[in-house]
Unconditional design. Structure first.
Length: 374
């Protein structure tokens, strides 16, 4: 893997056939011509966005889309994971029905992962499926959620419990949108980026660590390189396994315990923060099995500090986290599908993780338990 970006559009394939392109741009200018290529002249387009992103970018985007399609409408819902629900999807269906959207029309997901997941799910199900494009505006959505066609919503606080695979027709990234992203959200994206290195590419992991100061200063060239490299890693994984029958599950590194913490904290902690805690826990299990050295394990943990991600939680019982982990949907025949590391950049699926191992890892993160290693 080369660690310099080529700044070209990236095609994504399924079963050897190109299905869409990921475009990396510094403004919205080229969206017009890329959309024209999708033959939208007679289509109605609905921009789906949240209250934060809509206030910043929906106006500009509407102006651009109006030039190339038949009509543009905007559906805005309140920002936040707590709104990634079937209730919001219901309101969106209602909007589409009232606006007479039919099968040939298209949705435009403008926002972070919440908007992308929800819009993709509505697109997968409205009239048995209409097309959509992704315009990801958070770092996390750019490097992770906008690529790969996994869509869905939370149900009764169970993360991503209802969903569908539905591929976008295009992913268009305006890198300059990251300028308005709050710091805390920016670092959540870093959680998923570090994850990419940890599971698949030790060289990239080192690359990110070496550029910590450029990244935290949001140097635009470094961010562009980083987003492109991360997209290539994610693309490689989803192309090899579009429906998560095998290796794609590696992307869930950190998500098994992470989702449990996210749910028990009632979404007070952000997704990327929970994932970062979750992968320290998974690394802990790997370390205790002597698959990672002590040095490697503590470097993984300490990188969270460098990128302003948590290394501990409080206010939760470790046993409750264990129980919630076992309720997560990544179970197969009663056994949790855990992602562990047998070295930096080398993740694998393990179905033999015991309750004791999970508890020890969670206790390590639990700020209220005297830490065995401090
Ligand atoms: N489908 C997948 O494969 C996949 C992968 C990873 C994560 N996810 C999902 O993604 C979600 C998390 O995504 P997220 O972290 O982007 O959360 P998010 O969509 O809630 O966005 C984070 C916050 O940043 C704001 N925001 C986004 N872009 C902005 C910008 N440019 N300027 C100012 N504010 C901006 C949003 O309004 C929101 O308040 C979770 O629901 C997670 O389950 C899905
Ligand atoms: Zn995630």
């Amino acid at each position: 893997m080369k660690y310099t970006a080529e700044h070209k559009s990236l095609p994504v394939h399924k079963e050897g056939k190109e299905i869409y392109q990921i475009h990396f741009e510094n403004d919205f200018e080229k969206l017009e011509s890329y959309l024209s290529e999708l033959d939208v002249k007679t289509k109605k387009l609905c921009i789906v966005t949240d209250s934060n992103v809509g206030a910043l970018y929906a106006g500009t985007l509407t102006g651009i889309l109006e030039k190339v399609c038949a009509r543009v409408t905007v559906f805005t819902f309140p920002a936040g994971e707590e709104n990634k629900t079937l209730d919001t999807v219901r309101n969106l269906y209602e909007h589409l029905i009232l606006e007479h959207f039919d099968r040939k029309d298209m949705l435009v997901a403008l926002g972070g992962g919440v908007v992308g997941d929800l819009t993709g799910y509505a697109a997968a199900t409205y009239l048995r499926g209409i097309s959509f494009i992704q315009v990801p505006t958070s770092l996390l959505a750019q490097v992770d959620s906008s690529i790969g066609g996994k869509t869905g919503v939370d149900f009764d606080r169970y993360k991503n419990m209802v969903g569908a695979f539905h591929q976008p027709k295009m992913v268009y990234m305006n890198m300059s949108a990251l300028k308005t992203l709050p710091d805390e959200q920016f670092y959540c994206g870093m959680g998923e980026i570090l994850k990419h290195g940890l599971i698949k590419d030790a060289g990239y992991y080192e690359w990110v660590i070496e550029r910590m100061s450029e990244i935290t200063e949001r140097d635009s060239q470094t961010l562009l390189d980083m987003v492109e490299i991360s997209c290539k890693i994610k693309r490689r994984v989803v192309e090899q396994d579009p429906y998560e029958k095998g290796d794609r599950a590696l992307l869930n590194f950190g998500h098994t315990i992470g989702h449990a913490i996210e749910k028990l904290k009632n979404f007070e902690l952000l997704h990327g923060q929970c994932v970062a805690l979750g992968y320290v826990a998974a690394a802990h299990i790997s370390w205790k099995r002597e698959l990672l050295s002590t040095e490697e394990f503590f470097e993984i943990r300490d990188m969270n500090v460098g990128f302003d991600l948590p290394v501990s939680f409080s206010g939760l019982d470790s046993k409750d986290i264990l129980d919630a982990t076992k309720l997560d949907k990544k179970m197969e025949a009663g056994q949790i599908k855990f992602i562990l590391l047998k070295g930096i950049g080398r993740a694998y699926i393990d179905k033999t993780v015991t309750d004791e191992e999970i508890l020890a890892a969670v206790d390590f993160l639990n700020a209220e338990i005297e830490d065995e290693n401090e």
